[in-house]
Design a protein around this ligand. Structure first.
Ligand SMILES: Cc1cc2nc3c(=O)[nH]c(=O)nc-3n(C[C@H](O)[C@H](O)[C@H](O)COP(=O)(O)OP(=O)(O)OC[C@H]3O[C@@H](n4cnc5c(N)ncnc54)[C@H](O)[C@@H]3O)c2cc1C
Length: 435
């Protein structure tokens, strides 16, 4: 089969490599001009073992200097009155890696597996023959194929231009994304806080999250909001951080870029005839912490395994990939999305209350979801009932999330547009509106 991967996203590179290894003719079409332009100049947390296993190397082979252990964390409540610290042991300490070497490893794996790359071409839309996706169109030419693997990220021009009748959600709603800015600044003084990674929820009482990580030589600042941010806003928030953290310098050492992070439930329907989305194009992140690299890699693997096993890109085969992904991975994200939306939908004083009273703890906020089951919540009930409206708002988020999880784990058996429409409606009805 002829396969086009739209965008050099993580899941697309993995799917492309595994499909190519199985004899398919795979081409990645990427808008960046060169491989060195891919990714960002910042570090990310993801599962190192998963990456190593996927590309067939040992973690010992990861380039030296490309990764490090991250220091301990502290979560700060909106009023900045409560600080919840997380101390990591040597065994569970988080690892972070620069994004560019990570992407370089995936590109190398894809190239060695026979994938071809076309750089410097911006895809503008899918090509369609009735309901079937038959290729992609760039600004200059048309590329026809049997399968388009959509790895072009949050605002993929393929997904957003699919016909409505295919029932794939095309555009994110308010609250589905964090608009983020991230930069590493130089350090004016050699300050080493005990918990160098500070995460601010509802930072400055605005819907979103910011962080400040004081590393050995730099201060990594991320500002994230559910509404778009601009240079003026970034300068204002960075200055505020500089006042509270006077060791933060003025000079940007690296990063200094904007991006988007999906913080919503994944697409229930992420395929059509000849089309499959992976990674951010299918919104497959963990909503509470925005981690999407692992799920993009897992999605890419699952897609390739399914297509390789069936040998075609029919809607029936791709629906098997879609179902398997939801059953294996999307359920937990559905639950996590319920909690995230409940928190974003309440005023900052509500989050303060839950935080101050220990109703929501660091493990919930870090996306572990360990304290979000009903039994654990009951233990927090006594504290939570001091302000029932906030307690019940969180409970509603968790219950709606749990119901969405159930629906994700029981998708219609066959690709039937009437059944899919009803099933998706039921999932969407559980969303909590964020004003
Ligand atoms: C500041 C920030 C911090 C993050 N931190 C983490 C973290 O610590 N851990 C984690 O797991 N995740 C993190 N994420 C999320 C993570 O980046 C994504 O979830 C993950 O990269 C999966 O996205 P993707 O590969 O599907 O898409 P992307 O990374 O968005 O890649 C899409 C690719 O498609 C290309 N493309 C886009 N449009 C077109 C077009 N029209 N034509 C051709 N090519 C196109 C792009 O150039 C890009 O190469 C972070 C995100 C941001 C913004």
């Amino acid at each position: 089969m002829k396969i086009i991967v739209a965008g050099a996203g993580h899941g697309g590179l993995v799917a492309g490599a595994l499909l190519s290894k199985n004899g398919h003719d795979v081409t990645v079409i990427e808008k960046s001009d060169d491989v060195k332009d891919l990714g960002y100049e910042w570090e990310d947390r993801f599962d190192f073992d998963l990456l190593a296993e996927t590309i067939g190397v040992s973690t010992d082979d990861f380039p030296t200097g490309a990764w490090q252990y991250r220091g301990d964390s502290v979560f700060v409540s909106p009023s900045k009155n409560t600080f919840v610290k997380i101390k990591f042991s040597d065994e569970n300490r988080q690892k972070i890696m620069w994004r560019k070497p990570l992407i370089a490893m995936l590109v190398d794996f894809a190239e060695k597996s026979g994938v071809k790359f076309v750089f410097g071409k911006t895809i503008v839309a899918p090509l369609l023959a009735g309901p079937r996706v038959v290729g992609v169109e760039t600004e200059e030419e048309k590329f026809f194929c049997d399968l388009v693997v959509d790895a072009a990220g949050v605002f993929s021009p393929v997904r957003t231009n699919l016909p409505e009748e295919l029932l794939i959600e095309r555009s994110p709603k308010r609250g589905d994304l964090f608009y983020v800015y991230r930069a590493y600044f130089d350090k004016k003084e050699d300050v080493r806080p005990e918990e160098p990674f500070e995460v601010y929820l509802y930072h400055e009482k605005e819907q979103g999250l910011s962080w400040l990580y004081t590393d050995e030589k730099t201060v990594d600042i991320l500002i994230g909001r559910i509404d778009p941010i601009d240079d003026k806003k970034v300068a204002f928030e960075t200055e505020r951080f500089r006042k509270s953290h006077p060791w933060t310098g003025e000079n940007i050492v690296c990063g200094g870029k904007y991006g988007y992070i999906p913080v919503r439930r994944p697409l229930p329907l992420m395929i059509a005839d000849g089309y499959a989305a992976v990674g951010d194009a299918a919104f497959t992140t963990t909503p509470m912490n925005g981690m999407g690299i692992d799920l993009a890699i897992r999605g890419g693997r699952l897609l390739a395994e399914t297509v390789n096993a069936h040998g075609d890109a029919s809607v029936r085969t791709l629906w098997e990939y879609n179902k398997a992904f939801l059953i294996q991975y999307a359920g937990d994200a559905g639950k996590n999305a319920g909690l995230k939306s409940a928190l974003l939908a309440m005023p900052p004083e509500g989050v303060d209350f839950l935080f101050d009273e220990g109703v929501i703890q660091s493990s919930d906020l870090a996306g572990g979801g360990k304290n979000t089951d009903f039994a654990a919540l009951m233990k927090k009930f006594v504290h939570g009932m001091k302000k029932p409206k906030y307690f019940f708002a969180v409970l509603k988020g968790l219950i709606n999330g749990a119901k969405a999880t159930k629906l994700y784990k029981k998708p219609p058996k066959a690709y039937d547009l009437i059944l899919l429409h009803r099933w998706q409606r039921r999932i969407a009805d559980l969303d909590i509106r964020i004003r």
